[in-house]
Design a protein around this ligand. Structure first.
Ligand code: NAP
Length: 253
């Protein structure tokens, strides 16, 4: 039976790469909204456990579970899928949301990029979301659920030293838009494109220059991404959308 999006209780969302930074903010927001969050991490086990403990302390009950997997490894992916499908709330109600957030952001001149690095990014940004979405389709349909992929604002332009990252993110965006059409009426699929929100360690200096080009003149907050994901997961009329949360950055690029 399809459940309405307003039935929050017992709704489950899987968020990949949710141990820290933007994924952690999204997990925290969804737990505060009453969802049960399957917090996936690759290595941020301690941070994710702290997040879950803090939510339990605040809300007086457990609001999530921790799942560990390297999404570039087929065996890990298959184990993760089994664990999610066997979760009691997923077995009972299906999967209300699937958020493809995990990512790896690095910079490198094209001549120096290693083919294995590129394959690994394609696995993380495209193949894992493909496999997870396909595997959870019956569970998402059963819950009246939806998918959100966290992409970025890079497509259609050239970016110094980011060929591997931007092209794999563009593939993810196109995969999601295609699925929005193909799965329409069964599962909603959307993307959220953050602008310059939270700098990686290696780009702090460059980040300040980027912010000069943002019409709002500032970076957003992790909570802005979290509220955007919550909006896309809960607005039952939106599919095939790319929501820019970027302070207007795309207007000026
Ligand atoms: N930060 C920004 O301003 C910005 C701008 C544009 C777009 N975005 C997008 O927004 C999302 C969140 O951004 P972020 O900066 O918070 O992301 P991030 O810190 O770069 O990555 C999020 C998580 O992805 C996980 N991850 C990396 N490799 C993995 C693998 N092989 N298998 C499984 N998980 C893996 C890591 O988990 P562990 O820590 O557990 O290893 C990491 O914590 C990303 O999709 C990013 O591309 C961010």
């Amino acid at each position: 039976m399809n459940r309405g999006v307003e039935d929050v209780q017992d709704r489950v969302v899987l968020i990949t790469g949710a141990g820290q930074r933007l994924g952690a903010a999204t997990a925290t927001r969804m737990m505060a909204e009453g969802w049960h969050v399957l917090v996936h991490v690759r290595s941020s086990v301690v941070e994710a456990q702290q997040l879950l403990d803090e939510a339990e302390r605040q809300h007086g009950e457990s609001r999530g579970s921790l799942l560990v997997a390297d999404l570039t490894k087929d065996d890990d992916l298959d184990r993760l899928i089994d664990e999610v499908k066997n979760h009691p709330l997923v077995k009972a109600n299906g999967l209300g949301g699937l958020v493809h957030n995990a990512s790896f952001y690095s910079q490198g001149a094209f001549e120096e990029l290693n083919l294995e690095t590129y394959r690994s990014l394609n696995r993380l940004h495209m193949e894992a979301p493909f496999h997870l979405t396909q595997s959870f389709l019956p569970d998402l349909e059963r819950a009246g659920g939806s998918v959100v992929a966290v992409v970025d604002t890079s497509w259609g332009r050239a970016w110094e030293g980011l060929a591997h990252y931007t092209s794999s993110k563009a593939g993810l965006r196109q995969l999601m838009l295609n699925l929005a059409g193909e799965l329409a009426g069964r599962v909603r699929v959307n993307c959220l494109a953050p602008g310059a929100i939270m700098a990686a360690d290696w780009e702090a200096e460059h980040f300040a220059k980027v912010l000069e080009k943002v019409p709002l003149g500032r970076s957003g907050q992790a909570e802005d991404i979290a509220s955007g994901v919550h909006f896309l997961l809960t607005n039952g009329t939106i599919t095939g959308n790319v929501l820019h949360v970027d302070g207007g950055w795309t207007l000026n690029e």
